[in-house]
Design a protein around this ligand. Structure first.
Ligand code: DGY
Length: 321
């Protein structure tokens, strides 16, 4: 009998067919109230699961998945799972690092540029017919080139951001990471600092660290208070790495200049969030890796990961091995 795999995100036909060559697929478009009973019945039968990071499968759900052998996610982030719990059950969580670094760094740079140059605010002014005369200093942005960029989390994406900033924008790079990153120091002249020193001396701060028990709430009221009043804060990791209420307060009181956010504590961000009222917040709908090319590569990688891991090979891309 072929192993059963629960697929909970629509895939392009060719990738779906590749899965179907190896497995019996039980297919769902997400997990929601309308399909809950069928989805949980399928989860109980599944030896493999594959889907995106937007769908949380908490431990109490996975406890029902008694036949589960492999979880494959079409994302680099794995915070939708309790990795330790799955490791204790010897269930590898396979993810897609590597293929999305450059695209995500592009997105972070877009966020940084839009925020610094007030691009969306000014674009709206033009579209809404409010451009009546040459803009004055009250609407000027701030330079990016030559400034100091602090990167919190100098992993693969952090390094791709450092590359753009150092080589393209002549920025000074400083970073905070669990451990020093000699490659980033060599390639981009990056300087390793304590979190406190980075926060108090950076013009731009870009948070890219994965969400884990040790990074949850890493940046809160105390940390925003350490930042320069002109600081522009960018978050491309996960919403829960920062205290969103503390950020809103820092933006409302102009304790910091502005923020560019791709991730939020609750996604989709509710329209009544105070963030939506702030001119000094640029908000993207979690699009770090969302280009046609990169999402395709992530799907191919996740399908490969599942096929290999189901046959016992977890030598590449295992997040909890
Ligand atoms: C990732 O790959 O983790 C991105 O945030 C998309 O979920």
């Amino acid at each position: 009998m072929r192993p059963k795999v629960l697929l909970y995100k629509p895939l392009p036909d060719d990738e779906r067919q590749r899965l179907a060559m190896h497995f019996d697929i039980m297919e769902f478009d997400g997990f929601h109230r309308d399909n809950e009973i069928e989805f949980l019945a399928a989860l109980r039968e599944a030896e493999g699961i594959i889907g995106g990071s937007g769908i949380k499968l908490p431990t109490e759900r996975l406890e029902q998945a008694s036949k589960l052998k492999v979880a494959s996610t079409i994302s680099v982030g794995t915070d939708q799972y309790d990795l330790d719990y799955l490791a204790r059950r010897n269930i590898p969580v396979m993810h897609t690092p590597g293929v999305l670094n450059e695209t995500t760094a592009d997105t972070m740079f877009a966020l940084l540029m839009c925020t610094a140059r007030r691009a969306l605010e000014l674009s709206n002014m033009v579209k809404e017919g409010r451009w009546k005369h040459t803009i004055g200093p009250d609407l000027y942005g701030t330079d990016v080139h030559g400034k100091t960029l602090g990167i919190v989390g100098m992993g693969r994406i952090g390094q791709a951001i450092a590359k753009r900033a150092h080589l393209g924008f002549d920025m000074k790079i400083q970073y905070f990471n669990r451990t020093p990153n000699p490659q980033a120091e060599k390639d981009y002249d990056a300087q390793y600092l304590s979190l406190e020193n980075l926060l108090s001396s950076s013009d731009f701060i870009c948070v890219m660290t994965p969400l884990s028990a040790s990074t949850q709430g890493l940046i809160g009221e105390r940390e925003f208070a350490l930042m320069k009043p002109d600081c522009i804060f960018i978050n491309g990791s996960r919403g829960k790495v920062i205290d969103e209420s503390a950020l809103i307060k820092a933006l409302q009181t102009k304790q910091i200049r502005a923020a560019g956010l791709d991730v939020f504590q609750q996604e989709p961000l509710p329209a009544n969030s105070p963030l939506c009222q702030l001119d000094n917040a640029v908000l993207f709908p979690h699009i770090g890796s969302a280009t046609v090319e990169t999402r395709r590569k992530m799907i191919t990688c996740a399908v490969d990961n599942l096929i290999r891991a189901m046959s016992g090979d977890i030598s590449q891309n295992c997040a909890n091995g």
